[in-house]
Design a protein around this ligand. Structure first.
Ligand SMILES: Cc1cc2nc3c(=O)[nH]c(=O)nc-3n(C[C@H](O)[C@H](O)[C@H](O)COP(=O)(O)OP(=O)(O)OC[C@H]3O[C@@H](n4cnc5c(N)ncnc54)[C@H](O)[C@@H]3O)c2cc1C
Length: 388
């Protein structure tokens, strides 16, 4: 069993860490407090040029072809410095991968190189609606045939990167009469298409640098070549892609948790109360021990899910386990980090306050942790079917 990173994976991890320290960390607090979209977008472009937007994408489409383990470790390093940048990178990789996995050769050549190079800035994954979150099969956005193309109508909610994404992957109902989940298709819609409008940007608890918006389709006409994958196969495509995306979100959560604990541990080693460093109190040592143990367990779960995906094995259950565990470990680590700093942990002047807010959503987006538990239990129970 090989648990070490390969030389290439380590190089990618080091490159991500160096870029994050040099460019992302110095901007993260400003992005959180007041925003700086030009600087944020400039960093995204640099990350694209370093190969981070298509880590698991073939060279022939402009990707880094570095695999899923490399994707996971890179995302953790990016998130250690800036979770808002990390989620944008994660979703853009997911958009590249879905096109690579089910797109036509023409779609792959048209869009993936531009996503990987940064020419399209970012990709958006537009699945959720106001009445269709955990249950996307309840969506009402619809696409109807219109001449030799399709007409899209409906509204998507909470869409990451919408104001600056160059490309949207959009899910819409194409057969209203089909059984639940069987009449949904997937479309590629370019930013600026007539009838596509990006609505209001949400005010969120954390990850402020990454925009989360409503996206409205009002008679948005797309060509017949915009259909991604087979007609009415969209729900299956979404489920498959979200499983891979969860490795990204778990890796991102791990990065936030590590950043919080590294900061709090360094703080505890300096801060003096009762005439001694607070790190000498067992109460703090146990918080350090518990958090680093849980984060290490999260890392191993992530590596396992990433390795399985990379080697073509089934990985949906493992990805759900990793996302669920890593996001909860990261939230617990952030809670401890704030506690270890005492009152200073609650002040915006210290980064653990931001880490705690940034970590919160990782147990919610790309499938809440309740839904991850549904997926895990379903997979486990499959092996315990009632035999009469
Ligand atoms: C910052 C942010 C960014 C996002 N980015 C994107 C994006 O880019 N693209 C996109 O398509 N979506 C995006 N989302 C949407 C996100 O994936 C959904 O918010 C999430 O899937 C939950 O859906 P919901 O908010 O409608 O909650 P609901 O589905 O209403 O769930 C509410 C509660 O009920 C629980 N629940 C629901 N069903 C079950 C069940 N069967 N068993 C047990 N518990 C259940 C949930 O776990 C949750 O606790 C984003 C969300 C946020 C907050």
């Amino acid at each position: 069993m090989q648990l070490d990173l390969t030389a290439e994976q380590r190089l990618i991890q080091d490159t991500a860490r160096e870029f994050a320290a040099a460019k992302l960390a110095p901007l993260a607090a400003k992005l959180d407090r007041e925003g700086d979209r030009p600087a944020f977008l400039a960093n995204l472009r640099s990350l694209a040029q370093l190969g981070f937007m298509g880590l698991n994408v073939s060279h022939s489409y402009g990707g880094a072809e570095a695999g899923v383990v490399a994707f996971s470790v890179a995302l953790t390093e990016i998130a250690r410095a800036c979770a808002a940048t990390a989620v944008t990178v994660s979703v853009t990789n997911m958009v590249c991968e879905v096109i690579q996995s089910v797109g036509s050769e023409q779609q792959k050549l048209r869009y993936i190189p531009k996503l990987c190079s940064g020419d399209l800035a970012a990709g958006s994954f537009a699945l959720t609606e106001a009445e269709a979150g955990s249950d996307p099969s309840a969506m009402t956005a619809a696409a109807v045939p219109d001449g030799d193309g399709w007409l899209l109508n409906g509204a998507k909610l909470f869409i990451t990167s919408a104001p600056y994404a160059g490309l949207f992957v959009v899910w819409a109902v194409t057969d209203r009469l089909a059984p639940k989940g069987k009449g949904i298709s997937c479309f590629l819609v370019e930013a600026g298409s007539p009838g596509l409008r990006v609505g209001k940007e949400e005010h969120k608890m954390g990850q402020h640098g990454a925009a989360t918006c409503e996206v409205l389709f009002d008679g948005c006409r797309v060509s017949k070549d915009s259909l991604l994958g087979e007609l009415n196969d969209g729900f299956r495509i979404a489920v498959g892609e979200l499983a891979g995306g969860r490795i990204g979100i778990g890796s991102l959560a791990l990065g936030i948790g590590l950043a919080a604990m590294d900061y709090a541990t360094a703080y505890a080693a300096q801060r003096v109360q009762f005439g001694q460093r607070i790190s000498e109190f067992q109460a703090l040592q146990w918080q350090i021990a518990d958090a680093y143990t849980e984060l290490e367990a999260a890392r191993l779960l992530l590596m396992n899910a990433a390795y399985r995906k990379e080697s073509g094995k089934s990985f949906a259950k493992e990805a759900s386990m990793a996302k669920m565990f890593a996001s909860e470990a990261a939230n617990r680590a952030c809670y401890s980090a704030v506690q270890m700093l005492g009152g200073y942990g609650y002040m915006a002047e210290f980064p653990v306050e931001r880490y705690a807010r940034d970590a919160r959503v990782t147990s919610i987006y790309e499938g809440t942790n309740e839904i991850q538990r549904v997926i895990i239990a379903r997979e486990v129970l499959r092996n315990f079917e009632f035999s009469g």
